[in-house]
Design a protein around this ligand. Structure first.
Ligand code: MSP
Length: 541
């Protein structure tokens, strides 16, 4: 079986319009998916939309449309971000799941039946608070007071619900969950979220109110959901339905299917679910408990990222500051947007989006550092080396040093590989940028423009070294800024066909010296890759 990797985004509630928070998760997963493909893994990357539940039902009612027609229409906004043809985010998802699809109904019902058959579901009455916006139950003690009203800690309105409901025996899973977290210290990253989850589950053990109680998992007061098998007046709680999407997409309930076997049962570092910090509890507590109850293997990792604010403020419709990915992409470019989102904040931390910072990043990192390096080198090669990969007859110590930094000889890609499993995108980008800075410092020191007259042979070697360094830097940058990296690599003699592979780019294997540029290869006329963005000229996104 090939080395396999399965990565998922949360499925997005269709009633919302896509914003940079959604784009962020999807792009992060895409970078990871691309990274693993280039590293030789067979990857499955899943995203999609969460279409059932009271929140979507209410939105459909407010729009006076039948919920199916409503979701058919509004899920389009999320599909446009990723689907072939439009693909605004330039992501490489292998599937797009909608929870209203028949394959998903079948999977969710099968998951339910497995938990039921194992004795973990019972019928009772739920009485308590529910927040439709969060699609979550809250204990009285968790609520906060605002303007004389009780609200959820998230700020969502809550309503009192009393209805017949099926329950999942979550309270019985504390010991098993704690044991599992202990054995798998990397199950939840970052560490701060891991600690939070453990103390939440421990709280359940110590009977802290609000922690790990049996969970109401069906509703009877509306019907926009997947029917509970054998009890049609109940629809499943939307979170059971939603979480199950990760199984649906790999062929569940057929646990013998090749895709289930490959991506769920036998993948060493996955499944990995990437989620925002607000939905960690569902993924790191409820989901493993459901899976254990159904006798199914658990995911390998839950990766929680932080939230974006906009120019220092919470993003909200009422403040009118919601940033749509499309506007950003139209204003600054897709690679620039991808780059900024992943470079700006350590994954896991909250981040602030500011247009000025974005312009600064584009100019300092992309235009001045990487763009300038490529531009300077390639135009010198064009002018002074007949547009061919220069000779490398006599590599000297400074040349070797630069090459050893970027080719797979010493620190790479082990360093990068180690960070990637912890989703430290900012660290990896920082490391790649430091190679570009080293190459820029090398040009300044070697002054190839002076060598043209003084020592043309040496000039060839210096330009060769630079071109090879750029080749490696561009290969490493592919997951982050795929279009620009490809443009650079095409200027170094790679062809379009080299990119039409299942890995979607030039594999990391080719960072090895064996794949180094061949002197004499004819190169196309170079063109700039990263234009500078002027602050006064920038368009408002
Ligand atoms: N439908 C559920 C997920 C079910 S997964 C089985 C859901 N959907 S959502 O559309 O509300 O949120 C999807 C993701 O967007 C969440 O991971 C959430 O954290 C993320 N974000 C929403 N606003 C965000 C920011 N302002 N910043 C970063 N991410 C944000 O929850």
């Amino acid at each position: 079986m090939p080395k396999s990797f399965y990565i998922t985004t949360p499925i997005y509630y269709v009633n919302d319009s896509p914003h940079i928070g959604h784009a962020y998760t999807t792009i992060a997963c895409d970078v990871m998916a691309r990274f693993m493909r280039l590293d030789g893994y067979d990857v499955k990357f899943l995203t999609g939309t969460d279409e059932h539940g009271q929140k979507v039902d209410k939105a459909a009612k407010a729009a006076n449309i039948d919920p199916q027609a409503f979701t058919d229409e509004v899920s389009q906004r999320f599909r446009a971000l990723v689907k072939t043809g439009e693909n605004q985010l330039n992501v490489t998802n292998d599937d797009f799941i909608r929870t209203t699809e028949p394959r998903h109904k079948k999977a969710a019902q099968a998951l339910w039946e497995r938990m039921k058959a194992n004795g973990h579901i019972y019928l009772d009455t739920y009485e308590g608070w529910y927040a439709v916006r969060d699609e979550a139950y809250y204990a009285e003690s968790e609520l906060i007071e605002k303007d004389g009203k009780k609200i959820a800690p998230s700020g969502a309105e809550v309503e009192w619900v009393k209805e017949e409901s099926y329950f999942f025996d979550l309270s019985k899973w504390q010991d098993k969950l704690l044991e599992f977290y202990e054995k798998n210290p990397d199950f939840i990253i970052p560490q701060s979220r891991y600690n939070e989850v453990i103390s939440f589950v421990r709280g359940g053990k110590e009977k802290v109110e609000g922690a790990l109680k049996d969970l109401s998992i069906s509703r009877t007061t509306f019907n926009w959901g997947i029917p509970v098998p054998g009890a049609d007046k109940h629809v499943m709680y939307v979170w059971i339905d939603a979480l199950c999407n990760y199984l649906t997409a790999i062929g569940f309930p057929d646990t013998t299917s090749p895709s289930y076997q490959q991506y769920w049962q036998h993948a060493e570092h996955s499944p990995v679910h990437v989620v925002g910090k607000d939905i960690v509890r569902f993924h790191a507590v409820y989901w493993p408990a459901f899976l254990m109850a159904a006798d199914l293997p658990l995911p390998k990792k839950i990766v929680a990222h932080g939230w974006w604010t906009i120019e220092g403020e919470k993003m909200s419709k009422s403040l009118g500051n919601v940033v749509a990915p499309k506007d950003l992409i139209d204003a600054y470019g897709i690679d620039q947007t991808r780059y900024f989102l992943l470079r700006e904040v350590p994954f896991g931390n909250d981040g602030n989006f500011s247009r000025d910072q974005m312009v600064d990043r584009i100019n300092s990192d992309l235009a001045n550092n990487i763009g300038n390096l490529a531009q300077r080198t390639l135009s010198m090669i064009q002018k002074n080396a007949e547009g061919r990969v220069p000779n490398n007859n006599d590599l000297q110590a400074p040349d070797q040093e630069l090459l050893e930094l970027v080719q797979i000889t010493k620190t790479l890609p082990q360093d990068i590989a180690q960070h990637i499993h912890h989703f430290r995108f900012d660290v990896i980008i920082g490391e790649i940028l430091s190679f570009a800075s080293a190459a820029n410092a090398y040009i300044d020191k070697q002054e190839p423009w002076k060598l043209k007259k003084e020592n043309p042979e040496r000039m060839q070697t210096v330009l060769y070294t630079l071109a090879e360094a750029i080749r490696c830097i561009a290969i490493m940058l592919q997951p982050f800024i795929p279009q620009a990296a490809q443009k650079i690599l095409l200027q170094l003699g790679y062809t379009e066909t080299d990119f039409a592979t299942t890995t979607g780019g030039i594999p990391f294997e080719q960072l090895k010296p064996a794949y180094a540029l061949k002197p004499g290869t004819q190169l196309p006329v170079p063109a700039g890759v990263f234009p500078r963005v002027e602050k006064q000229e920038r368009k408002t996104a």
